[in-house]
Design a protein around this ligand. Sequence first.
Ligand SMILES: NC(=O)C1=CN([C@@H]2O[C@H](COP(=O)(O)OP(=O)(O)OC[C@H]3O[C@@H](n4cnc5c(N)ncnc54)[C@H](OP(=O)(O)O)[C@@H]3O)[C@@H](O)[C@H]2O)C=CC1
Ligand SMILES: CC(=O)C(=O)O
Ligand SMILES: [Mg+2]
Length: 546
Amino acid sequence: MQNKPSFVLRNPSANKGTGFNDEERNKLALKGLLPPKVETLQEQSDRALSQFTSFTNNLEKYIFLNCLRDRNETLFYYLLMNNLELMFPIIYTPTVGEACQKFGNEFRFAQGMYFATQDKGSIRSMMDNWPADGVDIIVVSDGSRILGLGDLGTNGMGIPVGKLQLYVAGAGFHPTRTLPVIIDAGTNTKKYLEDKYYLGERHTRVADDQYYPLVDEFLQAAFDKWPNVLVQFEDISNDHCFKLLDDYRDKFLCFNDDIQGTGSVILSGFINSVRAVQKPITEQRMVFLGAGSAGIGVADCIMSLFEEAGVSKEQARKSFWFVDSKGLITTTRGDTLTPQKRAYAREDYDYQLKSLLEVVRDVKPTALIGLSGIGASFTQEIIEEMSKHVEKPIIFALSNPTTNAECTAEQAYQWTDGRCIFASGSPFKPVEYKNHTFVPGQGNNMYIFPGLGLGAHLCRSKHVTDAMIITAAKTLSKFVDDSEVVTGKIYPGLQHIREISTKIAVRVIEKAYEEGMAQLTPRPTDIEAFVRMNQYNPSYDQKFNN
Ligand SMILES: NC(=O)C1=CN([C@@H]2O[C@H](COP(=O)(O)OP(=O)(O)OC[C@H]3O[C@@H](n4cnc5c(N)ncnc54)[C@H](OP(=O)(O)O)[C@@H]3O)[C@@H](O)[C@H]2O)C=CC1
Ligand SMILES: CC(=O)C(=O)O
Ligand SMILES: [Mg+2]
């Protein structure tokens, strides 16, 4: 079967289905294997869209799209790129969360690679099994913190798969050169260990003395096999993700999306919020609910605004209040803080504040940033309390998926009487309130990582630096003009993601040359043209050079 030319119909990267023309059908011995009509990509896409919309259930839509991708990659990306706003919430948050939770039950075919504890010592040779010629980008998770849904073990594979689909549609990585990876170090979620359909190794998570060598072997193998690859760490619990980033960020081309990608996208939203409320960063009092990878990553990025305003780090830290599962993080709380929390722990509290409401009463924040994974934690009482003291409250309910959002868009607009600047991690529909339509922004790292990754990869950057993360944020913020910002719009529409990613990639490449990180020589004379030339666009006559 594999040797027959008609096998092309079973190869998603080569398959055109009814798009094969008569000449191709003759040459590839496809005559009789397809219905007579030769269709254009647009005609195929119209049919696929009508099939997609016929499903009433989002998980079925997710399965439909992934099965389509497995049949005809070009058609899948063509459809996706022409229906971004309709389909991103399916292949990505929120539906991807449900798909991960039900991964074992809904499994149909394998995507990506799995490296489990039993594979220790063999990872490099296993990589030779990957069928594609080369790999430019890997998204790797160990499934330990999937969105706000907790430890899903190998069920987390939906996240690297979805993020890479965004890398292709959003930035233009070539689909055949992307590799989703799960490091299977076990799961501590009893439900999955007892689920007969669970597909991972059936044991609790291994200890650090097994975990770190496993990840190290994976990284060494990946960079040995694909020296120009970029590795994105994704949804890895905070007991490991900070150390992994510290250990490898100056060794390999890699970054952590939840720390740095989220930091960048929320910095961008914050830059525009400051424009919208017309109060400088130095007058902002920010309360964070959640001091994990995302919360700390965001604060570290927002710190750059203080630095630019000439404020010392020590002084700037006084504008941040962090609340975790034990309450306000202070140096006097009596527990041992991680280095990341210690950096933002308040030194000026000789009393303890246990709840977010108490903190909001005490601090009178101008901005409330939710990265806790705890749905509905911004209650009416909390938001109304905040609104008493600030004309235009900045409310970011950033946890994913939608069920884990700290509040909904509708609640935020209603409880602030339409005065807030609102963003969420998963999309909310526009809200009608008092004869006004409010369009909530989606503060999600999907606006950053595709362009950041493309830029860093194309110029063969040695590493991903903080300056690149900040540049990406600023580039994104400029996609919203002053007339939009005054209406409370802080993020551009998703339909512009290609253009945004292209500009981010250009700025990242420029930064990489400025910092001496770019290894591509000679430097392209026209960087934007160089980026555009290397972007994948789904078409049946696509010629790809990289
Ligand atoms: N919009 C976006 O682009 C992104 C959104 N996210 C979302 O942010 C959320 C958090 O992600 P991440 O930071 O990586 O997760 P972490 O597990 O690293 O951090 C979660 C934080 O929330 C705190 N927390 C948990 N429960 C409570 C509670 N009841 N009250 C107060 N604080 C609590 C934890 O406290 P403690 O430290 O005490 O355990 C911890 O500090 C997820 O839902 C994720 O989907 C993440 C990345 C990007
Ligand atoms: C968006 C994302 O990366 C997360 O929720 O983890
Ligand atoms: Mg994530």
